[in-house]
Design a binder for this molecule. Structure first.
Ligand SMILES: NC(=O)c1ccc[n+]([C@@H]2O[C@H](COP(=O)([O-])OP(=O)(O)OC[C@H]3O[C@@H](n4cnc5c(N)ncnc54)[C@H](O)[C@@H]3O)[C@@H](O)[C@H]2O)c1
Length: 392
């Protein structure tokens, strides 16, 4: 059961697992499409409705995806979906996943934590009540850890303090109300594993880039979303679109912000590996799901070079950082556990950048230039609802 199966990571994962022969159900409230409508911003790639996507997948692959449209915060709806489909694993992508969105105003900060924390708790309770053997695979984020001045471990760290030693959850230093919602989820899930014997894998995912997977490229109507705006777009994807439309790459502050990144083709493989090798009953596992680290300046250089090869003149500009974050810092995060299970990373290559830039060029006329510059300020968040993003 893929919760959030109409979204960027969820759609690609649902098709990948379906192709592998898993029986797959998509659960989604379609709230992500509503955010787009409300904010007047749209994915670069024209995505079909979920119903059309599912129909097309059946025609292309011969495989049926079950669909449950509803909100996992609605326990009655979730109970019905879980009891009908009886999943062996629930992969939970179904959250509000933009840090800027969660920092727009009080309403959206509260919505983000309510939607994410309650949705996850409902899924935990549904598993406990109806399917206690079911494996919860939950998408967390590397952003839960922040940027400590020591190496980041995979979930846990062994500390000796005043002569005594223990292995403890790695400290969390989230930097937005969105990232904090993921921290709360992690704590709730760890507790449920201990208290109820639930099995769970928390995948602290890095920033995902790319658009095509083997399955989504089978037909135009299966194409995945690609966000380039300053609210939902993520670093490398945004830079490629900016390069394609001749907008200077928007480096926030000094650009030394370093994070873990991965190709969407590796996201789907990581989900496959997590499901095929489930946690034990009562076990709370944490995997850091990324393949390489880059600073924002590194990405700008890579996109500039790849753009030049395609004849694009790419410039970069340092814009005031709307976030509160370190702009020059130490960053070294472990990421061995998924590789031990068999992940063979698609490292960022010129070929991938070419293909991403080509997709961006193909759909360049869909770009709304007003959505590119950041307009959500961490410091200026107010209790008054904000209806237009471009008015920080
Ligand atoms: N995209 C990234 O770079 C990235 C990086 C790290 C972690 N993640 C995590 O991976 C997950 C998926 O991210 P994405 O980029 O695919 O996001 P997305 O916004 O494209 O997809 C999320 C989907 O979940 C659905 N959803 C949200 N709340 C729901 C609810 N209460 N009930 C049912 N459906 C709901 C939305 O409608 C949407 O289709 C998120 O949890 C996100 O935090 C993503």
């Amino acid at each position: 059961m893929i919760v959030g199966g109409d979204g960027y990571c969820g759609w690609a994962s649902a098709l990948h697992l379906s192709k592998l022969g898993y029986e797959v159900a998509i659960v989604d409230s379609l709230v992500r499409r509503l955010f787009d409508e409300q904010l007047g911003m749209y994915t670069l790639t024209p995505i079909a409705s979920l119903q059309k996507r599912v129909k097309r997948w059946k025609e292309v692959s011969g495989k049926q995806l079950a669909v449950y449209i509803g909100d996992v915060c609605d326990f009655e709806f979730l109970e019905d979906a879980v009891r009908t489909f009886k999943p062996e694993a629930v992969v939970h992508f179904g959250e509000q996943r933009s840090a800027p969105y969660s920092m727009m105003d009080r309403n959206r900060a509260v919505f983000t934590q309510q939607n994410n924390v309650i949705g996850t708790m409902n899924i935990m309770f549904a598993i406990k009540e109806f399917l206690p053997e079911c494996h919860l695979v939950k998408l967390g984020t590397m952003g839960e850890y922040g940027t400590p001045n020591i190496d980041i471990e995979e979930g846990f760290i062994t500390i000796t303090h005043n002569g005594r030693t223990d292995t403890l959850p790695y400290p969390k230093q989230a930097s937005s109300f969105y990232h904090l919602s993921k921290v709360h989820d992690s704590h709730n899930i760890a507790f449920a594993c201990k208290a109820w014997g639930m099995r769970a894998t928390d995948l602290n995912q890095g920033v995902v880039y790319g658009v095509h997977t083997d399955e989504t490229s089978l037909h135009e109507e299966l194409i995945n979303r690609l966000d380039y705006d300053a609210v939902f777009g993520t670093a490398l994807n945004r830079f490629c679109v900016q390069a394609a439309v001749g907008h200077p790459l928007t480096i926030y502050g000094k650009g030394g912000q370093t994070r873990g990144y991965l190709d969407i083709r590796d996201t789907v493989r990581c989900i496959e590996l997590a499901i095929a090798n489930p946690a034990k009953l009562g076990e709370f596992r944490v995997f850091n799901q990324f393949t390489e680290q880059f600073s924002v300046n590194d990405l700008a250089k890579l996109v500039t070079r790849a753009g030049a090869k395609l004849g694009l003149e790419v410039k970069a500009t340092n814009v005031p950082n709307p976030r509160v974050e370190a702009e020059e810092h130490y960053y070294n995060a472990k990421h061995t556990r998924l590789v031990e299970l068999g992940l063979e990373p698609h490292l960022l290559s010129d070929a991938l950048l070419d293909s991403l830039l080509n997709v961006a060029v193909q759909y360049a006329d869909r770009v709304d230039m007003d959505q590119i510059l950041p307009a959500v300020s961490w410091k200026k968040i107010s209790s008054k609802p904000k209806t237009v993003v471009g008015t920080a």
